[in-house]
Design a protein around this ligand. Structure first.
Ligand code: ATP
Ligand code: MG
Length: 424
């Protein structure tokens, strides 16, 4: 269970909103996230996560973690520095084969790689824990920073040179067990995207499988600024990446070219079946019931945590700023206190803050001594789902003014009505 401060005062937040994003920032997600104080741009494709941004990232992780735990995943963290010899075993150390490597040298001598993926190290590590059929299956996952020397980094946090991925790996006895887990993971992924608020726009997509299988599956979400193109059949909820759009694939799936709509998407997840190839390369074998040495059947399953965050930021934003879905927002309520010099207004705001906290509702309390217009503009930019205003006017009326960020819909509620609404 993650322990986090539920609420905070805005005067305590060190970040400030800004009117303009840096001139060299061309992506919509990063422009908004920088202006609202969620991320800091260190350089192209490299972003720091500030208090608001980290809260959002953690909420996405919490949802993913719950779903991975629910299908039997065990959480770990692998290392960022990796051994060259390992990647040589699978022929993936070469820059010709893997074009995103960052590599560096140890002072004591020898080259090391900076983690762009963990498939090889994790497979190698498992040799310590797998020897008999009794040891399998194993499902492990991590949230890890991946370092990739991407040629272009113009999509803000959606294509980072440093980014957070959830990667899970399965180690099974054979194909049957593997397929069962693989399909279970597809369902778990769909639950994740549903909970993130993008379920309706996310398609399980047939994509090229690489060396080991004919297809891999991508999870592609319709997005204006997405870098991929896929063909979807909304009725059948089938999608195909343009890279595998040939007649053979279509026939196999029982569809024709006319059935297909072309859309721009962002790849939010990707899952692979490795068969036994990777285990054979690495030497990851187990003893079966007959006492024979058999290679482990491996699979890998990624979700782009920070890419999803960028996608959500872009997808739900309007001309005033960010609009977070309820379960992802850094806070549930933005409490706006107007007229800080009024003692009654201040104590009313304090009381509401206390009661919301008691009800475990996360609140950002704008207790700053700034103009109302500035507070409202900031609230719109930051994008917390519900804005609750406390002012002389609301005090006189005995009800707070509550405005939904997504719809602009305003209602007036007493403390108990508000808490009832939020905890329903
Ligand atoms: P892409 O095709 O977009 O380059 P990939 O196929 O190389 O991605 P994987 O190695 O399968 O990606 O990684 C799993 C997930 O990590 C992807 O589905 C994507 O959501 C995310 N991801 C990949 N590269 C990046 C990146 N540079 N920045 C942010 N997220 C990324
Ligand atoms: Mg991919």
């Amino acid at each position: 269970m993650t322990i986090r401060t539920h609420s905070m005062k805005q005067s305590h937040l060190f970040t400030k909103t800004r009117r303009e994003a840096p001139k060299d920032e061309v992506s919509k997600n990063a422009q908004l996230l920088i202006r609202a104080g969620y991320v800091h741009k260190e350089m192209a494709g490299v972003y720091a996560y500030l208090p608001l941004g980290l809260r959002v990232q953690n909420k996405i992780k919490d949802i993913v973690r719950e779903e991975m735990d629910a299908i039997g995943g065990e959480e770990i963290i692998m290392t960022s520095l990796q051994r060259k010899e390992l990647w040589e075993k699978t022929n993936r150390w070469d820059d010709e084969t893997v074009d995103v490597w960052f590599k560096t040298e140890l002072k004591a001598g020898g080259e090391v790689g900076l983690a762009w993926s963990h498939e090889e190290p994790i497979g190698e590590m498992m040799k310590n824990y797998v020897s008999s059929f009794r040891d399998l299956p194993i499902f492990v996952y991590q949230f890890q920073t991946k370092l990739r020397n991407e040629l272009r980094a113009k999509s803000g946090i959606m294509r980072g040179r440093e980014f957070v991925m959830k990667d899970m790996y399965s180690f099974c006895l054979g194909e049957e067990d593997h397929t069962r887990f693989y399909n279970k993971t597809i369902d778990a992924y769909l639950r994740v995207y549903d909970r993130l608020g993008i379920g309706a726009d996310t398609f399980v997509t047939f994509a090229s499988g690489g060396a080991f299988t004919q297809f891999s599956h991508e999870f592609q979400t319709i997005a204006e600024t997405g870098e991929d193109v896929i063909y979807i059949n909304r009725e059948k909820k089938i999608a195909i990446n343009e890279e595998v759009l040939n007649e053979e694939t279509l026939t196999k799936l029982g569809i024709t070219r006319v059935d297909l709509e072309e859309v721009k998407t962002a790849e939010v997840g990707n899952i692979f079946n490795f068969g036994t190839q990777k285990a054979e390369d690495l030497g990851l074998f187990y003893k079966n019931e007959k006492g024979e040495q058999v290679p482990v059947w491996m699979g890998s399953y990624g979700i782009g945590i920070t890419r999803v965050m960028g996608l959500l930021a872009e997808k739900f934003a309007d001309e005033k700023g960010l609009v977070w879905p309820e379960h992802i927002a850094p806070f549930r309520v933005h409490l706006i206190e107007l007229g800080n010099d009024n003692v009654d207004v201040h104590s009313e705001a304090q009381e509401l803050y206390r009661e919301l906290n008691e009800a475990k509702v996360e609140v950002l309390w704008d207790d700053r001594d700034v103009r109302a217009g500035e507070k409202f503009a900031d609230a719109d930019l930051i994008g917390i789902p519900l804005r609750v205003v406390v002012s002389e006017k609301t005090l006189a009326a005995g009800k707070f003014e509550c405005t939904e960020r997504a719809t602009g819909h305003t209602s007036h509620k007493s403390i108990s009505e508000l808490i009832g609404h939020l905890t329903a």
